[in-house]
Design a protein around this ligand. Structure first.
Ligand code: DAH
Length: 314
């Protein structure tokens, strides 16, 4: 028996021998069953034989398994020196990349990301933002209206309202997302990306706003950015400004709008303007990505042309 085990060549043969020995009617099984009338010495001998055989089976099994593994390794191996087919790795879209960068910067300033729907109701997109029906400022944006009176959100400012309604004051949030307007040329796309910031607390001033914008831009463009603010008008801020940054050859580039949140907007969100005040800002983050990566046609961002994405260095 012991020799038989030792001479077994395959795992299947070993398996068979094992069941012949220890299976239901196996030779050892039967011996163990019929020990009752045997002397102590005879029992001890059978027990010893039992352990020894089990041990032998185990060793043989290990040996055969190892041999099988080695045989497999000898035939199935990866030759790491072989020339490989060039792999087409996907990359993050430039917009996704800049979105992540801007989010990381604002989060490091203590702003929390908030979201809202792209199909927005009149209240959040206009009325609560101090732009009631027939307000001339509604014409500042060419809106896509849906049949049920909702709109494709024209500005991420709608998310300010949703966030203040939900969280109240103090609040420090940003939002990032797609917005829609009926305009289309090389620097405008009917869908474009906007980013919005809102910070309402006690004693927030315009200089907090300017410092936040300057730091945000300097971090994003990875150098000191000089900014300029100009008086402007938005229904939801008072005073309102537009901000520009100094770019190559001293050229000023218009970036976005901002201001101190209008008391009516705070009231619309059940925040007491005598207690709290704050700033808000909004800009096109796809334009920021264009500037950072030196791209000149905003529509290419949304065409999904892989050749363009490759050539734009991503
Ligand atoms: N929503 C404005 C726009 O789309 C941009 C803007 C201006 C956002 C002033 C703001 C703000 O939060 O305070 O043109």
């Amino acid at each position: 028996m012991k020799d038989k085990i030792k001479n077994t060549k395959t795992l299947e043969d070993l398996q068979k021998l094992y069941s012949d020995t220890f299976g239901k009617n196996g030779t050892m099984t039967l011996q163990l069953k019929n020990m009752a009338n045997l002397s102590n010495d005879e029992r001890a001998a059978i027990n010893a034989e039992n352990s020894e055989l089990r041990q032998l089976f185990k060793e043989k099994q290990n040996e055969l398994e190892l041999a099988a593994l080695n045989a497999k390794l000898a035939t199935e191996y990866v030759d790491v020196t072989l020339d490989n087919e060039p792999q087409n790795h996907g990359t993050l879209h430039p917009l996704t990349q800049s979105l992540k960068e801007l989010s990381a910067i604002l989060e490091s300033f203590g702003f929390t990301l908030c979201t809202g729907p792209e199909i927005e109701d009149d209240w959040h997109n206009f009325t609560a933002l101090n732009t009631p029906e027939y307000h001339p400022a509604r014409d500042m944006q060419d809106t896509f209206f849906l049949k049920n009176g909702n709109v494709m959100r024209t500005q991420t400012s709608a998310i300010q309202i949703r966030a203040m309604e939900k969280i109240g004051a103090p609040i420090k949030i940003f939002a990032i997302g797609s917005t829609y307007r009926k305009e289309l040329d090389a620097t405008h796309s009917a869908m474009f990306g906007q980013m919005e910031g809102l910070y309402v607390d006690k004693n927030i001033t315009m200089s907090d706003l300017v410092a936040t914008l300057r730091n945000l831009l300097s971090r994003f463009f990875e150098r000191e950015i000089e900014i300029r603010i100009r008086p402007s008008y938005f229904p939801f801020t008072e005073p309102s400004i537009e901000f520009d940054m100094k770019w190559d050859k001293g050229k000023w580039i218009e970036l976005g709008g901002a201001g101190m949140v209008h008391p009516n907007v705070l009231r619309n969100c059940k925040i007491n303007p005598d207690e709290y005040q704050g700033f808000a800002f909004g800009f096109g983050w796809d334009r920021m990505a264009m500037l950072k990566y030196g791209l000149n046609d905003i529509r290419a961002f949304y065409d999904g042309d892989v050749r363009w994405l490759k050539n734009s260095g991503f």
